[in-house]
Design a protein around this ligand. Sequence first.
Ligand SMILES: [Zn+2]
Ligand SMILES: [Zn+2]
Ligand SMILES: [Zn+2]
Length: 318
Amino acid sequence: MKEKKDIISITFLGTGTSAGVPVVGCNCKVCTSTDTKDKRFRSSILISYKKKNILIDCSPDFRFQMLRNKVMDIDAIVFTHGHRDHTAGLDDIRGYNYILHKRIDVYLSKEVLLSLQTAFPYIFNDTRYFGAPQINTHLIENKAFSIGEVVINPIKVLHNKMEVFGYRIKNFTYITDASYISEEEISKLYQSDVLVINALRKSKHISHFSLQEALTIIEKVKPKKAYLTHMSHFMGKHEEVEKTLPDNVFLAYDDLHCGIYPNSAFLKIIFYQYYSIFINFNSVKSKSGLGTSTLISSTEPSASITKFTFPFGKEGTL
Ligand SMILES: [Zn+2]
Ligand SMILES: [Zn+2]
Ligand SMILES: [Zn+2]
């Protein structure tokens, strides 16, 4: 039986652009929508795999994202780039420092380190004060690196002129804040079963893919499933936009969870909500329209047997 540690578990902590959705002061139909899928924190995901909880980016909403998802521990933060909507939550890792008595490993490029040193000088000063966040920095380049048993492959993309890293783990790929990907780097996206890629809005933008530009890359790379992220209120309401997308493309939304079997003969994705990292599975609910799932309730997730209908209509057990 496959154990839970063999599943790449993804939690979308935030799926909004830098201003978030709703935007402060905006009365548009998206910002005033009562649909929870139209509420978007700044973009970040949590990957749980091989007994590691790895955060991609640390958004200004980090504290609330951790509390809402009951994330009791993180092992590492991997940064995509130095913009504030991806880094501003770093001060709030102090809770983990205090409670777990450990430093947090941070993986980042030289450019991101420089921007963090400017934004958070008190973390890096020789005369750092008691209580400042405690991190271990690990510089990365555009080549594979490992966190425990998890091998991560960077993908270099351009965000207007800024270099940003997307990341691939096995058959899962995450790209945010891209406006251009070279052919050489696109070659790293092929055979992704699940591709997450940014799409800001319907109209073009200088530093982010538009909806059509993201769909063009998805069509080229042909992942089994694709999720769009880093959206602004100009994208439109979740419910209305999703109806217009190809069958294998979805708008991600905050607190969407999926589990992916790496390297399986066919794609198996589990959707569930109200998942508490390291605590238990409380309930399981599929993304609407993708089939039904049954309840898991156990303090030992790896020992649970779950029967569910896969998004492609294949049934199986976990
Ligand atoms: Zn961003
Ligand atoms: Zn708005
Ligand atoms: Zn950015």
